[in-house]
Design a protein around this ligand. Sequence first.
Ligand SMILES: [Zn+2]
Length: 133
Amino acid sequence: MSENPNPEPVPLPPPLRILTENEWVGALSAAEPFIGTREPERTNVQYCIGAALGSLGLFRWPPRPANPVSCSAMKLIWQTETETDRTFLGAWLQCAEAPDHDSRHRSEDGTQPQWSDGVPGSMPAGPPYPWTA
Ligand SMILES: [Zn+2]
């Protein structure tokens, strides 16, 4: 499968929504006067803001893929079944398969297929994206 030149996340069922990149960056910018820009505080605050917005059904824009050598497809955790799972609400999972594999079998751990392109909250593989947050 070839990479999508302009990957976009697949929308969630309303009223749930994935924020635009500008909205997400705006939320982070609004918090910066209170938290500064140093790590790891900045990353922790991003998790905090993401969790708070996720509890309202608003989810962050997908982050830059953490692993640059594996497939860049991603999946948002927007449905949870247990309280423990809620810890991961709003997190984006990156596919661990090799690039250019079958888009019907995305997998975070590289073993069992966990999602396919086109399901709500998924983002197809793409080239490096100019993420700003
Ligand atoms: Zn993949």
